[in-house]
Ligand binder design. Structure first.
Ligand code: ADP
Length: 250
């Protein structure tokens, strides 16, 4: 699914964001990227969806060498990758349904497909009742669930998320991580950069630690730090993803 061979990224200002990274992520894996701010996690993710290109080495995603993609090939390539950001980036004048539908419309999907797929995916993220709400009428966690629905509506095999819970409180963060875990269990490869140590410790997935542009730790079932923390915390059982609430927003 993902292979980086001796990858470096030097930004035009001379900063070496990645310095010889080698890693393979297989289809169906769930991988956390952790490490201090500025260690290269976002740059790593940007390589995957071809927002940045490597200065050296090779990056393969879904069978494609991303450095050799021509500009005209990038939109089609990106349909293989759903991307979720910390700051949501929803269209403010479109409601939840329209934000999700828009990601299908730009691919030229027929109306019939859009009307079938959007309700399915909104239901999956527990937002059926909020379909007509504008982003400003939704909580942070609900907005992030719209973003996840939008990222998944084209059924990409790979979902990448950059600090998806950076703006959310711990309880809402837990819902979002549980949703990402459920998506992973359905077969999607998931790569998440996060500072949320409690979630990394709780979910016990593969963890890549970045430091100063290098991957310095690759634990196949790990916690945020070297030392393991109480696996499931004091709160015990996992809370479910919220199901539909009362209809809202007309
Ligand atoms: P992280 O996601 O771990 O915080 P980043 O990949 O964002 O790390 O940043 C890695 C390094 O590259 C940092 O020193 C950062 O300041 C620098 N950097 C990131 N983006 C750019 C850019 N567009 N131009 C110049 N330097 C950048």
């Amino acid at each position: 699914m993902i292979e980086l061979q001796n990858v470096s990224v030097r930004y035009p200002n001379g900063v070496d964001a990645l310095r010889g990274v080698n890693v393979t992520i297989n289809p169906g894996e769930f991988v956390f990227l952790v490490g201090p701010t500025g260690s290269g996690k976002s740059t790593f993710l940007k390589l995957l969806y071809r927002e940045e290109r490597p200065s050296g080495g090779a990056v393969y995603v879904a069978g494609r060498n991303v450095a050799t993609l021509r500009p005209g090939q990038i939109p089609l390539f990106r349909r293989h990758i759903g991307v979720v950001f910390q700051d949501f980036r929803l269209l403010p004048y479109k409601n939840a349904w329209e934000n999700v539908a828009f990601a299908l419309q730009v691919t030229g999907a027929p109306r019939k497909v859009i009307h079938q797929r959007v309700p399915e995916i909104l239901s999956m993220v527990g937002l059926t009742a909020k379909a007509r709400c504008l982003p400003e009428q939704l909580s942070g966690g609900e907005q992030q669930r719209v973003c996840i629905a939008r990222a998944l509506v084209n059924a990409p095999p790979l979902l990448v998320a950059d600090e998806p819970t950076g703006n959310l409180d711990p309880a809402t963060s837990l819902e979002i991580f549980q949703l990402l875990d459920a998506i992973h269990r359905e077969g999607t490869t998931v790569v998440v950069a996060t500072h949320d140590a409690a979630m990394v410790d709780r979910l016990q997935k593969r963890v890549l630690t970045f430091q100063n542009g290098l991957i310095t730790r690759d634990d196949h079932v790990g916690g945020y730090d070297q030392e393991q923390v109480d696996l499931f915390g004091a709160s015990g059982a996992a809370a479910g993803v919220p199901v539909a609430e009362a209809a809202a927003c007309g």
